[in-house]
Design a protein. Structure first.
Ligand code: NZQ
Ligand code: ZN
Length: 392
């Protein structure tokens, strides 16, 4: 079947480029006086973005309610704190300045402020949607870390350390940020570890949507183009992090990798994210690295079930020459090329380096949600096997 039935709408307005923060002025005119300013552990104070944003908020006469300290992989406790800040100050607008963690967190707060139930239970454990009559506080993002695509989607991932669950809920368009400011230069100050984790996150978002189905689908061609651009630019950026051309292409690729477009007409997999999120729930490791550490064992495991697509991936994304080789050989060569690229950019290649030990594996399996859209629905035994392989 080519392209099933779908609805596509993405309401997030993007301001892209070196001057993009100036547009914050005109966006702020649309919202009330009380602004909740969401940010992380302080990087924005060191690189000067905080001062720039504060100046613009003040110039527009806003009352600023600071909500800093959003940790990577935001927790349910922090979510409750953010809801309290929003309620106590009757905030009209939430501005997230940071990476995916700040954007996700801002969205989670935005839908919880006027929700009488416990948001963790409702939105994450029970996977319920936001009630139609719940007023959602509008969110805007100034992005400083590239990878998640959170700036233009409805995803909001929250971690509960007590129950060892890291759950992502992808909400509908009411929850998307109203706008996002994307200035590639704002990402220059990222430590290399975070930068490359973001590169792998982008790659995997595309793979999660690419490795499904056997039909002829425009989305797959779009994804091949995005992957080629990412591979090319990431090789430049690891050597020359302030290469604007490379960093801007990567920023743009990240947004399109997960703003719902390339999922249209696809069933999509998302199993690497489920394995990675289980690792994250137990170790609090950096999101992109949890994905890189489990990817190759996972893809080598499912390759036989989706061989034609893995062959296509090898040829069109990694330029593997097919002559004289079996489909399996071509597909394997493609994964080896991806592995070489992963080593070249320097991402985590096993879960041991993220803090996982043998005795944790059974519990990792318990924390792994099983998805059904890919080439193989994994059994518990297979998940354990993949985690074992990922330890090596
Ligand atoms: O907290 P600060 O001090 O700001 O430091 C952050 C943080 O330590 C730092 N950083 C960000 N921008 C910087 C910077 N340091 C220097 N200069 C800058 N310009 O980078 C660290 C990581 O930031 P974080 O926001 O945690 O990273 P990321 O953007 O990867 O977000 C990760 C979260 O997003 C979720 C992940 O699970 C994780 O919780 N995801 C959200 C998705 C979505 N909404 O669709 C999809 C993804 O698959 C992902 O699951
Ligand atoms: Zn991701």
């Amino acid at each position: 079947m080519m392209l099933g039935n779908f609805v596509f709408s993405n309401p997030t307005k993007l301001y892209f480029g070196e001057d993009s923060l100036n547009y914050l002025h005109e966006e702020l005119l649309k919202y009330g006086k009380n602004v909740q300013l969401v940010y992380g552990g302080g990087s924005i104070k060191k690189n000067g973005i905080y001062d720039k944003v504060i100046d613009i908020l003040k110039a527009n006469g806003k009352a600023i309610f600071e909500d800093g300290g959003v940790m990577p992989n935001p927790t349910v406790e922090k979510l409750y704190e953010g809801v309290r800040i929003a309620r106590e100050n009757q905030v009209d607008f939430i501005l997230a300045v940071g990476g995916g963690s700040c954007c996700d967190y801002a969205k989670a707060v935005s839908i919880s402020v006027n929700c009488e139930e416990d948001p963790w239970e409702k939105y994450y454990l029970n996977f319920e949607d936001v009630d139609m009559d719940t007023k959602i506080i509008p969110v805007g993002c100034v992005l400083t870390m590239v990878g998640t695509g959170s700036e233009m989607n409805g995803g909001a991932v929250i971690t509960n350390h007590e129950s060892k669950l890291k759950i992502g809920h992808v909400f509908g368009e009411r929850v998307f940020p109203k706008f996002a400011v994307l200035n590639p230069a704002f990402t220059y100050s990222l430590p290399k570890y975070q930068m490359t984790a973001g590169f792998y996150d982008i790659m995997n978002h595309i793979c999660e949507q690419y490795f499904s189905g056997g039909d002829d689908n425009t989305s797959d061609y779009l994804m091949e183009g995005l992957m080629r651009s990412l591979i090319h630019s990431s090789r430049i950026a690891v050597k020359d992090p302030e290469n604007y051309e490379a960093r801007s292409n990567i920023m743009w690729t990240a947004t399109w990798a997960l703003n719902t477009l390339v999922a249209m007409g696809k069933s999509t997999d998302w199993m690497v994210h489920m394995l990675g999120q289980a690792v994250g729930a137990h170790t609090d490791a950096t999101h992109g690295m949890t994905l890189s550490a489990v990817s190759l064992p996972y893809y080598r495991h499912i390759m036989p079930y989706g061989l034609a697509k893995f062959k296509r991936f090898a040829e069109y994304v990694w330029n593997i020459e097919p002559e004289g080789k079996s489909d399996k050989e071509i597909a394997e060569e493609g994964l080896r090329a991806m592995e070489a690229w992963m080593n070249e950019i320097g991402v985590a290649m096993n879960i041991r380096e993220l803090g996982v030990t043998e005795d944790m594996l059974e519990n990792l399996v318990k924390s792994t949600l099983v998805m059904e859209g890919g080439y193989k629905v994994l059994t518990q035994e297979e998940i354990l096997e993949i985690f074992k392989e990922s330890l090596k």
